[in-house]
Design a protein around this ligand. Structure first.
Ligand SMILES: [Zn+2]
Length: 142
């Protein structure tokens, strides 16, 4: 007596195959460039959320500080609350634009668009190493 074999349809087979695959990774959560929150105190500009910005970008506060000092041509220091104090009054739009430029150039991988990167100083250049795709981009150091 022939043993009855259950026949699977093509769709059923596909479903079975897919159900054994590990859960598919969704797209990377969209990344929003942090915005500056500023306050003017006398002739100074306080970048209130400086610490949070560097944490979101995963960069050393000193490197973003150096970048802003160079671009604005103004001295700056960190106060005890981790806020950046810039000598001079700077429009929030200018600061946001600089944070955007910094993020696009020194944080986001130009090959795959990931922000999961490391910035390594090597002599006169920076190497932007992407943890997601492995690409290395050489950038002019400052
Ligand atoms: Zn990449």
């Amino acid at each position: 007596m022939a043993k009855k074999v259950r026949e699977y349809s093509y769709e059923e087979l596909l479903d079975r195959a897919y159900s054994r695959l590990p859960a598919k990774k969704g797209p990377a959560p969209s990344f929003t460039i942090p915005r500056a929150e500023v306050m003017f105190v006398g002739g100074r500009t306080l970048l209130l959320n400086f610490k949070e910005i560097t944490e979101i970008l995963n960069r050393e506060p000193s490197i973003l500080q150096k970048f802003l000092v160079k671009e604005l041509g103004a001295p700056a220091f960190l106060n005890e609350s981790g806020q950046l104090v810039l000598q001079g009054r700077f429009n929030v739009h200018i600061l946001n634009k600089l944070i955007q430029i910094f993020t696009e150039k020194y944080v986001i991988c130009p090959t795959c668009g990931s922000k999961d990167t490391k910035l390594i100083k090597k002599g006169k250049v920076f190497i932007l190493r992407c943890e997601a795709c492995g690409a290395e981009t050489t950038l002019e150091a400052f």
